[in-house]
Design a protein around this ligand. Structure first.
Ligand code: ZN
Length: 464
């Protein structure tokens, strides 16, 4: 039984897809006018873990949009005198390159807003026809007082709603629950626009997600995800637009990832604690450790991202690596040990229960490390058998398909000739008194689980 915290109900509810077969999930994608920062990636990594866990139980249809139309993009593209597509293409490409480095799987359907203008225009026409939208100047606005449950998702007090006050910006604060823009008439002659029956212009951000989600997933989605920043106004407005047209619930489950702090502070450029993934990779941190840190805290909790935390993440990955190396290279007798078999089963159960428990990744990781400790003990006692090893390694493959944090075993276990060659290179460096180089090679060997010892008879090596 999978429990997930539904922002709509405020409770941890049992989830299963409406049709019992396929989960229809929509996640808000990147706005492609710069490189995504690690706060954004916290949400994408959470969605990736959710995606992988859902796939272990049901079929999944996962749709993600690319916001390639919004206030900032229009402004920047107009300023640089290029087409929207031309302006956003490198950022879209960078987003997927960064995601791949973090081992984030690609959604099944990726929808750039610029490909869905006819669907958006149709939605605006339906909203005008039903009295939920009205034209003012050359723009079209959503009348929030026409939708009685406006504010339910973000628990906005109805009394705060301002009748007839309008807002044009794509993003705004909770203190501004005004009529929001669905279709913006161009402000400048050079601004990109599309023709529509209600006048030329371009869609508001919120409208884009409603149109693309319903186009691919139907009127009621199983799951809609995003970061907590999206709850108001973005997701509130998506609900208002969609439900006003369909009279059906837009999404059954709304799931939001909490904020990420950097060294206990809100990330901001002025504080110098603002990091894109690229910034961290340039500083020499590994993508794998960044992913590990991002998923090590359950999505509902604030995550304090620190450089010390990254070091710890690296150590945790090394622990997994060292255990796999020791396990794969140990000489083991045939058969299997019932005691170890029971430990493996217990770890598997705890891992699954952890993820079912509102995607409690910390608990799932705890189960993994418990088995690693028990595995080392069994190897020390020489009670591990070949059958146990096969079962542990096969479970690690499963763990990797869910969390994508297990290092590639094939890569770890280097053939002897490669090691001999490295040892020879190191001896050569030592003869030439190039100690920096010989230390570097010693470290490389150590990373691959090889210990070396310089004796009178020459250099000897063994696996850890
Ligand atoms: Zn969205």
């Amino acid at each position: 039984m999978l429990k997930l915290t539904n922002t709509l109900t405020g409770a941890s509810d049992t989830f299963s897809p409406a049709d019992g077969i396929t989960v229809r999930m929509y996640t808000c994608g990147p706005t492609v006018h710069n490189f995504a920062h690690i706060g954004n990636f916290r949400t994408y990594v959470f969605e990736d873990v959710l995606r992988r866990h859902l796939k272990s139980k049901w079929k999944l249809l996962h749709v993600m949009n690319i916001t390639d139309i919004d206030d900032k993009i229009i402004a920047k593209a107009t300023e640089s005198g290029v087409d929207i597509r031309e302006y956003t293409a490198p950022y879209t490409e960078a987003f997927f390159a960064d995601s791949a480095k973090l081992r984030i799987e690609k959604p099944d359907v990726i929808t750039p807003a610029t490909d869905y203008i006819p669907e958006m225009i149709q939605l605006v026409e339906q909203l005008i026809a039903s009295g939920h939208a009205y034209q003012e100047g050359n723009s079209v606005y959503y009348r929030i007082t026409s939708f009685p449950s406006y504010g339910r998702l973000s628990r906005l007090d109805r009394r705060e709603l301002k009748v007839g006050a309008r807002i044009d910006a794509d993003e705004y604060e909770k203190e501004q629950p005004n009529d929001f823009v669905l279709w913006k008439g161009p402000k400048e002659d050079t601004e990109k626009r599309w023709e529509a029956p209600f006048g030329p212009g371009r869609p508001g951000w919120h409208l884009e997600c409603s149109a693309m989600a319903m186009k691919h997933l139907g009127e009621t989605l199983d799951i809609h995800c995003g970061g907590v920043d999206n709850i108001f106004p973005h997701h509130e407005n998506e609900i208002a637009q969609s439900e006003a047209v369909t009279s059906k619930p837009f999404a059954r489950f709304w799931i939001h990832a909490e904020h990420l702090l950097v060294e206990n502070e809100k990330m901001s450029k002025s504080k110098g604690n603002f990091f894109t993934l690229r910034d961290l990779l340039e500083k020499g941190y590994e993508a794998q450790a960044i992913r590990y840190l991002l998923l090590s805290v359950q999505y509902r909790k604030q995550l304090n991202f620190t450089m010390a935390g990254l070091e710890q993440a690296r150590n945790s990955l090394d622990r997994i690596k060292r255990f796999i190396l020791r396990l794969t290279t140990a000489q083991l007798p045939e058969g299997s040990n019932p005691e170890i078999k029971a430990q493996i089963t217990a770890a598997q159960r705890e891992f699954e229960e952890g993820l079912d428990d509102d995607l409690n990744t910390a608990r799932a990781l705890g189960a993994l490390f418990m088995l690693i400790t028990e595995g080392h003990n069994a190897l020390d006692r020489e009670s591990m058998r070949e059958g146990d090893r096969a079962e542990i390694l096969s479970w690690f493959v499963d763990v990797d398909s869910r969390l994508a944090i297990v290092p590639d075993v094939e890569q770890l276990v280097a053939p002897d000739v490669e090691i001999e060659a490295l040892v020879a290179q190191r001896n050569e460096a030592r003869r030439n008194r190039n100690f920096a180089e010989s230390d570097r090679i010693r470290k490389e060997l150590l990373d691959r689980g090889i210990l070396i010892e310089d004796t009178r008879e020459g250099t000897k090596w063994r696996r850890k």
